[in-house]
Design a protein around this ligand. Structure first.
Ligand code: ADP
Ligand code: MG
Length: 396
């Protein structure tokens, strides 16, 4: 397992803390502070332990250039509000000015570094920039789980030159997500939805090696239904993935794992609000209609597995949830997951948004803060930002 901040004595030390403060901005303010709040336990713990904190994050995609609209000032103000103490924000993101500010930092003080992706060396994982960041501090703490699938200077490179450990958010994400893969409470039921099979091939394969049941919905279910011989009409469909879907169905059968497809679908002529909709059996999509959500029989079917599950892992919404009423299937299944005694782990940008929209986030065991990182972890890949805290360079 990774080393964590619990293993450190940070009293009087400087800590370079990488967080994911890549928050949405609106009119110069932080529009959603979920990511800032998620890092607070780590920040508070380190400050209470007597550390001087140099906090860094990226914001948006400045691609190695200074972009005025992507400066970290609104983030500094939001963080200050949460911590109830002053947060100094640097103008610099490298060089002597940054070094000076870091050197002057005292225990209990927080310095927020300007958008780290303003530096062209960040995304290149440039060794010189990594060494420079490392020279600012005594320890590297990585709490940026959502950026852990990227090998950048501030997420990985810096850890080559400093003892590197995980923050609490990183620890929690790994505990739940790796726990699901390694030693879940069984039965382990996976729900996979979303737009495309193409995005989820590795995920589906990895899950089929581990789960007891695989429930499939959303746009990707169309390709599986087509592989089962049904006509999906005008629905979102990947013709070039039908053969793969057929292979996955065969693989599941071989392993004796139920791969459960929608029994019924909510269909409409267009993906627009206020459409006339029909609930139809999966093999009875009317001409000119497309499948935009799972139907009530499917919800009931899925619910049977969810109620008996020890663990539910869910990625991808089960319908085009952004447009009413095609959010209903996802919301109904989310209520079943919330009501089930199973450990529930939700990962994926859109399914997390759908569950927030349904007002059920509080009732899930763990909502992952990662999008791409969560998906890659569940695909069974080793993430560079995780590798660095499980024995990378500075830890040796
Ligand atoms: P996640 O971010 O949770 O991993 P994805 O990005 O794979 O999920 O997929 C989310 C998208 O899939 C949403 O924009 C949603 O509208 C779309 N989607 C789900 N079901 C359907 C469907 N039946 N038809 C069209 N789009 C769908
Ligand atoms: Mg998505």
């Amino acid at each position: 397992m990774e080393n964590t901040i619990r293993d450190l004595d940070v009293k009087g030390k400087k800590v370079f803390l990488r967080v994911d403060f890549n928050v949405p901005l609106k009119e110069g303010r932080v529009a959603d502070d979920t990511k800032i709040r998620a890092a607070l336990p780590t920040i508070s713990y380190l400050l209470e332990g007597g550390a001087a904190l140099i906090v860094a994050s990226h914001l948006g995609r400045p691609k190695g250039q200074v972009k005025e609209e992507l400066r970290m000032d609104p983030v500094a103000r939001a963080l200050e509000g949460h911590l109830g103490r002053k947060v100094k924000k640097t103008e610099a993101f490298s060089g002597e000015p940054l070094k000076k500010e870091a050197d002057a930092l005292k225990p209990g003080e927080v310095l927020l570094v300007e958008n780290i992706r303003f530096h062209p060396g960040e995304e290149k994982n440039d060794p010189d920039f990594s060494r420079e960041l490392a020279s600012l501090a005594d320890y590297f703490v990585n709490d940026a789980f959502a950026t852990a699938h990227r090998a950048h200077a501030s997420t990985v490179g810096v850890g080559e030159y400093l003892p590197a450990v995980a923050g609490f958010l990183m620890e929690k994400e790994l505990q739940y997500l790796l726990g699901v893969l390694k030693d879940p409470q069984r039965p382990l039921v996976a729900i996979v939805g979303g737009a495309k099979v193409a995005d989820k091939i590795e995920l589906l394969k990895n899950l089929l090696a581990r789960v007891d049941t695989l429930l499939i919905g959303g746009g990707m279910a169309n390709t599986f239904l087509k592989a089962s011989g049904f006509d999906l009409g005008a629905s979102l469909l990947e013709e070039d993935k039908v053969a793969l879907a057929r292979e996955l169905i065969a693989l599941a059968r071989e392993k004796g794992i139920p791969l459960v497809l929608p029994k019924d679908l909510v269909a409409a002529k267009e993906l627009k609000e206020g459409q006339e909709t029909q609930v139809v059996p999966a093999d009875g999509l009317p001409r000119g209609y497309m499948a935009l959500d799972i139907g009530p029989k499917t919800v009931e079917d899925f619910a049977g597995y969810i109620q008996k599950a020890g663990t539910v892992i869910w990625n991808g919404p089960l319908g085009a949830f952004e447009v009413a009423p095609f959010d209903r299937g996802t919301a109904a299944v989310a209520r079943e997951v919330a009501a089930s005694p199973a450990v529930s782990i939700i990962g994926g940008g859109d399914v997390v948004a759908a569950i927030h929209k349904a007002g059920l986030a509080e009732q899930m065991t763990h909502i992952s803060t990662g999008g791409g990182a969560t998906l890659e972890l569940l695909e069974g890949r080793e993430l560079p930002g995780v590798a660095v805290i499980t024995g990378g360079g500075g830890n040796k």
